[in-house]
Design a protein. Structure first.
Length: 256
């Protein structure tokens, strides 16, 4: 009877794209092929990758009924991405670019009703094509981006990005770098969780003698200046090189 009651509370399925999505991994940080951001109690921004590019679409909810606007192309690269909401009408998305350069770039999204305006792409982020980066909200206009900072994917770097409406997001100064686990097969190699408007907790697999260790740091930002990296706190052994490892972080206060 309980199972029937639960089923009775679920509305009917509504399809917004019949062509399917590409394969991906974790949406919140490492990258995904589909995910959603709640804009309000009745509006959701869905982002997905399929053949032809990465798209965004607005879903409007009324009771158990969902209606969709028209898909809007973000990037012609159909791969993994990451996204975070800023306000009830804005969001930031990172995605790889298509063509000869597939380095990650950032886009600002502005929503009005079911219409979506996509900004010009930001400048290239980092020197590695990889999709395993993180993006987390700092305030209503800024995000913190973590990414592979070198072509060999051996270091992480951090910088801010600012939503500029339809203009390209502005990238802040790059932080000093820290050693990365250098294994892109890891499930979520870099997790970032905002604590306050200027502090973010990061967790990642860092190399150490005999294996890889999950490590945590606090990153502090000040406008577009280079973020400051706090002292590393090595916590848990994660196995040898190339293993499928990862970290999960859940904040319960602005300091813990």
């Amino acid at each position: 009877m309980l199972f029937r009651s639960l089923l009775a509370s679920i509305g009917s399925l509504t399809q917004f794209d019949s062509s399917g999505v590409t394969n991906g991994s974790d949406f919140s940080n490492g990258g995904s092929s589909i995910g959603s951001i709640a804009l309000s109690s009745t509006s959701v921004l869905s982002i997905y990758a399929k053949s032809g590019g990465t798209y965004a679409i607005v879903a409007t909810i009324s009771g158990s009924t969902i209606t969709y606007g028209s898909p809007t192309l973000i990037s012609s690269f159909a791969g993994t991405f990451g996204a975070t909401g800023l306000t009830s009408t804005t969001a930031m998305v990172w995605s790889q670019r298509s063509g000869s350069s597939t380095m990650p770039t950032v886009y600002g999204l502005t929503v009005s009703g079911t219409s979506i305006t996509v900004s010009t792409a930001s400048a290239q982020i980092g020197s590695y094509y990889g999709y395993l980066v993180s993006i987390s909200k700092l305030n209503t206009t800024d995000v913190l981006i973590g990414y592979y900072a070198d072509a060999g994917a051996t270091t992480y770097g951090f910088r801010t990005a600012t939503h500029n409406g339809a203009s390209a997001p502005t990238l802040g100064t790059v932080s000093s770098t820290i050693a990365a686990a250098n294994t892109y097969t890891n499930y979520v190699p870099l997790v970032s969780v905002p604590l306050t408007s200027t502090t973010t907790l990061i967790a990642y697999d860092g190399p150490s003698s005999g294996g890889y260790y999950t490590t945590a740091r606090v990153v502090t930002t000040s406008g577009s200046s280079a973020p400051t990296l706090g002292t590393a706190s090595t916590t848990t052994y994660s196995g040898g090189a190339g293993g499928t490892t990862g970290a999960s972080v859940i904040p319960y206060s602005s300091t813990e």
